[in-house]
Structures are given as C-alpha cells and as structure tokens.
Design a protein around this ligand. Sequence first.
Ligand code: HGY
Ligand code: MN
Ligand code: MN
Length: 412
Amino acid sequence: MSDVNGERLLADLQALSAIGGLADGGVDRLAWSDADLAGRRWFAKRMQEAGLEARLDAALNVFGHVPGTTGPYLLTGSHLDSVPNGGRLDGAYGAVAALEVLRTLVESKNPIAPLVEVVGFSDEEGVRFASGLIGSLALTGELDTAKLGEAHDWRGVPIDQVLAAAGREVDRLVDAHQHLASIAGFLELHIEQGPRMEAAGIDLALVTGIVGVHRQRIQLIGEQNHAGTTPFRLRHDAGRAAARATAGLYELVQSIDGDAVANVGFMQLEPGGVNVIPGRATFTLEVRHLDEATVRRIVAAFAERLQEICAEEGCRIESELLSWVPPAPMDPTQVEILQQACRQLDREPARLWSGAGHDAAVLSRHVPTGMLFVPSLGGVSHSPREATSDAHLVLGARALLRAVERSAARIK
Ligand code: HGY
Ligand code: MN
Ligand code: MN
C-alpha cells in the first residue's frame, strides 16, 4: 500500500504556517481575518493542485473531494483558524494531514478515494466571538444564528461587519447545513496540546472523549471614584472584587474535582485610569471537564463565591452565558478503527480524554466520530512555542491514512 509523502506534508505545513506567520514562529490566523481567508484560499488551491474539487461554504469551511463525487463521504480534517499569536499546528496539522491522505489515495488510484472528503473548518477557536466551533456548528445545523447575529467581536466590531469583510453573511451561515447529509463519519487528527503523551513516551493516542466547555462573560459593577481621596472602607472597587474572585479560582475548582480546569482568559477594568477606582470589571470564565454535572457544580460554586465577595465589596453582578459545548464521547467503532490503524504501524496507542475542545465534539453528535493525537513537545499549545517532532507529524498522518481507508470502506 502506498503511504503518505512525509516531505510534502511537512512542506505544506511550512507553507500554511507562513500565512499569518509571525516573526517568533507563531501564527495569527484569527477567524474571519484576511490571514484566515488567505489560509483558506491556500488550502483550496492545494486541493485543486491535487486534482480535487474545492469549495468554501457559507461558513467559510473549505471542503475538497474527488471531482464528480457527491458522497456519502468519510470526512476528515480540522480547523484552519488559530488563536492570536498561536501555534502553527493546532488545527492546521489535522487539515493538512487529511489533504495528504486524500492526495495519497487519489495518486495510488485507491478505490476508496471517492468516499473521502477533506475539510478545513472555520472559527473553531471562538476567540473573536467567544463562542467558537462556528464552522462545524453551521455544518451540523446547530448554530444559533439569531444569537450570533447580535454579537460583536472581541474588539467591539459587529459580526455582520466582520463576516461581510470575509465575504459572508450571518443569515446565510445556516446554508452550510445542507452538506451534512453527505457526511457518513468524521476522523480528526490533532496535536495533544498537553504534556501527557510526551511524559509517558506515547507516540499515538486514541481520544476517548472531549471535555465539555462552559464559557461565560461576567461584569462586576461597583463605583468609580477617586483613587487618592476615597478611603478603602468607602470603596466599591470592581477591580478588587474581580481579582479576589479569580485569585481563588484554582483552589475552588480543585476542591471539586482534580481533573477539572478553569480559566480567566480576558479581564478589563473600566475606565482604566491609573488614578481611578474601577467602577466596572469584565472578565470571561471558562470551565472544562468530561462530566457535565462536575462543570455545573464548579460554575455554581464560583457564582456563590462571587456573590459573597461582591456583597462584601458592594458590587453588582451581571453574567452572560457565552457558550456551552457538552462533553463528547467518541464513537467506539471509530476508536476501534483508529486503534487497528495504529497497530498496522506497530504502535499500541494509548487512550486519552481531550482537555481541548475540537470540531470532533460537534460532529460526534451527528455522525460516528473519532480522534487521534500525536504528542506536543513540552505540552505547549496556543503559543508560538507549539511544536511536534516531524517523525510524529508523519506517523500521525500514516495512521490517519489507514484509519480513513478502514472507515471509508464501511460506507454503504
Ligand atoms: O479552546 C480549545 O480547547 C480549542 O483549542 N479551541
Ligand atoms: Mn484545535
Ligand atoms: Mn485551539
């Protein structure tokens, strides 16, 4: 059986990481940005150069398949957008490896090729509109365009302006859903983005499930005042209340479940003057765990603690749910197929749950879905230091090729 072309895979990754590439080796292909669009156009062009039919759908997802085919397809790929100043592999690796797999199947005239489709999803990261996975939610028909239509991005730009600049419209995002009927299953190859595989010397890992991800925006409203003349006892300092609440977050989460994690990735104090007691503090809270009830318990416990602190500081709380992506177990048959593919390469894969969210979590609610991980050097991700050895990048693609062949062969 012909195998993937490792050099070509690595060269494609190099070429894609130059789009939105940063001097420090990171990439910045923020969803819907010019760099993100350029990355999509590059991906579509590489598909065409491989003799595939390529198209960008209403949600900017990029699909490629053998010309003249209409499905059903085994879909494989990942997302093409990145976090700001992010890594060159998160998402991009799975998309480029999927293209290399289909290109290999086409070149070797493998009868499976017409049953395979490649995808580069859009806006998986959710940095811009706080609720990510927009491309896969649009494909699966789960996207709440009414709510999204009122959104402003992280810099306050209205979503219809952002999408118009990318040549898309919020109301048309739902058109992406028509294609779901052509998808029979989904496989996603991804870097682990954590330290477990490297620490255990594991080359390949089957993902058993993906954590649930709760995202919330919290505003604390106190009293803006003079920082020099207002005695502490008279202050209603929103910044102090926010700092007290977030400083105790790790301990609160760990007291409920040692595997749970949470993050405050954004905080803003207003008006932001060096000599002004902040009257308003805005921050985001993210909580993750494989078990929905555990996430709920943590969110409730944090809310209770926040109430206590704000009662002491004399602040008011306004809270908005940004998104909730439920935990996603992977399909046992797809997991088994990925395991057999790894064994074909004389690797016994480990089984891990994913602490990162993925498009596979969304697809898993609609079609049999599986995920495969390769190790991250130093466990680093969402950073220019994100890296994986070339050997592991190629090994993951070789395993994906074998899994795609097995999984696509099951399509009736
Ligand atoms: O946030 C995540 O877990 C994913 O990298 N988007
Ligand atoms: Mn990712
Ligand atoms: Mn990511």
